[in-house]
Design a protein around this ligand. Structure first.
Ligand code: AMP
Ligand code: ZN
Length: 438
């Protein structure tokens, strides 16, 4: 295989050099963090008065973890380390209730993020001759602009098609000779099935590669997309708290995702004991930003379960690879790429006085896409009425309020009270019927 490197020096330096770079960056990050209201207090409580108190990478263990709740508690500017005039852009995590998780970027942050995405894309074998169609949501979600900037940096011809509009997507592929796409794995399967339905010949498009991420999928699903579309599929991992895409990405070898360790200091912990686990063991990924200036985040608990591969990759990159994300250590659902917490749904249902106390969240596949149904109990009286209007109005009210809160459009089913299963002990309110292999 012919390997190519966007930033050879950063990608192929030796481990000792990388660790020295990480330590220097960690200290800089700490100095920045200490300027923020949130970390100023947090680090003082942990006895970390200045960046000098971190003498080795191992000292990171003295720094307290940061959680999503911390990010919310610091909203809007409690974690901002630069002046507001220096902020260039914000992004927010998908599926947040009430208080969003907001991330700020200054000019250097946008540049370093763009560099990481460019490096990721380039490592799959793409170059400036490629035509890239970004079939993912633009806007606050990081997958749109993040990939867009990275692909432009390489000099690719970029089509910001956004998600949805399936028939138009493959028409654009035909019109512009798209060679690479970025999408969720479910959307890729959906596009393929619509192409078959509409009799679009595979040979009428020039697609060679796809970057698939934003939601978990299995190796079998990857293979299925590859066979159906006759392309190479590369796994892409990121989260808005760590910029978005460009945290970990598969290279041409497609054997796990290189986590860019010059930009993120990674640890794997046991989510129960919070102890750091040795390389190779499966646990929760914890990440510290090393390059971010506007909003440094220290020891962020991603809740994503993975493990490091211990053997080096044939491509020669120093950055260790993580395994496909196996699941989460919390109850977050990912519905068509959007993060949804069951508690958000509960907040909405409980906030509507006509809705009963019991509800059930059902997630299943409709074709290749996810479908969310919220079954809500309502008092029996409402069903007896000959007039269906109050029932329809209530259903629509719940649907609209839910959609505003979680951004996913759910189906709402109203059922009679006491008709949903009542479990003893901890209520089981989520029924995820999606097969593990989509
Ligand atoms: P967001 O902050 O909205 O970008 O969502 C980030 C979350 O999406 C991560 O914490 C993961 O749970 C999930 N995610 C992103 N990429 C992948 C991937 N390639 N495989 C599995 N889960 C992913
Ligand atoms: Zn590699």
């Amino acid at each position: 295989m012919n390997f190519q490197y966007w930033h050879p020096q950063m990608e192929k330096m030796d481990r000792t050099e990388l660790q020295a770079f990480q330590l220097g960056s960690l200290r800089k990050t700490l100095s920045g963090a200490l300027k923020t209201d949130f970390y100023g207090r947090r680090l003082a409580e942990a006895g970390i008065a200045g960046a000098d108190s971190v003498k080795s990478l191992d000292d990171i263990k003295r720094i307290p973890f940061t959680t999503k709740e911390d990010l919310r508690s610091a909203f809007p500017y409690g974690m901002l380390a630069v002046s507001r005039e220096d902020v260039l852009r914000l992004h927010a995590s998908s599926g947040t209730t009430g208080v969003p998780t907001t991330i700020y970027f200054n000019r250097n942050d946008i540049a370093s993020w763009t560099g990481l995405v460019a490096r990721s894309i380039f490592s799959t074998g793409c170059d400036s001759r490629d035509v890239f169609q970004n079939m993912i949501t633009y806007g606050l979600f990081t997958g749109g602009l993040g990939f867009h900037y990275g692909a432009e940096e390489i000099g690719m011809f970029v089509i910001p098609s956004g998600s949805g509009n399936t028939s138009r997507q493959f028409r654009m592929m035909q019109d512009f000779g798209t060679t690479v796409v970025h999408a969720t794995p479910s959307f890729l399967l959906h596009v393929e099935s619509r192409m078959s339905e509409e009799g679009v010949a595979r040979d009428s498009i020039s697609l060679k590669r796809a970057f698939a991420g934003a939601e978990p999928y299995s190796e079998d699903t990857r293979r299925r997309i590859e066979e159906l579309l006759r392309i190479d599929v590369f796994n892409s991992y990121g989260l808005s708290e760590m910029n978005g895409p460009g945290v970990a990405f598969e290279c041409q070898c497609k054997n796990g995702m290189h986590l860019w360790e010059d930009a993120f200091l990674a640890e794997i912990i046991d989510p129960d004991t919070l102890e750091t686990l040795p390389d190779g063991e499966s646990g929760e990924l914890v990440l510290t930003t090393l390059l971010r200036e506007a909003m440094p985040v220290l020891r962020y608990r991603t809740r994503d379960i993975t493990a490091f591969y211990t053997e080096p990759c044939p491509c020669g990159r120093v950055h260790r690879r993580i395994r496909r994300i196996k699941g989460r250590s919390d109850d977050m659902l990912i519905i068509n790429g959007v993060n949804v917490f069951p508690s958000q749904i509960e907040d909405v249902v409980m906030g509507i006085k006509e809705a009963g106390n019991n509800y059930l969240i059902v997630v299943e596949k409709d074709g290749f896409l996810d479908r969310l149904t919220v079954k809500t109990e309502v008092s029996a009286g409402i069903f007896k009425d000959d007039d269906a209007r109050p029932l329809n109005a209530l259903r629509e009210n719940i649907r609209r309020t839910l959609q505003n809160s979680i951004t996913v459009n759910p189906r709402v089913e109203l059922v009679e009270s006491n008709s949903l299963p009542v479990s003893e002990g901890k209520a089981k309110r989520v029924l995820d019927k999606r097969p593990k292999d989509i």
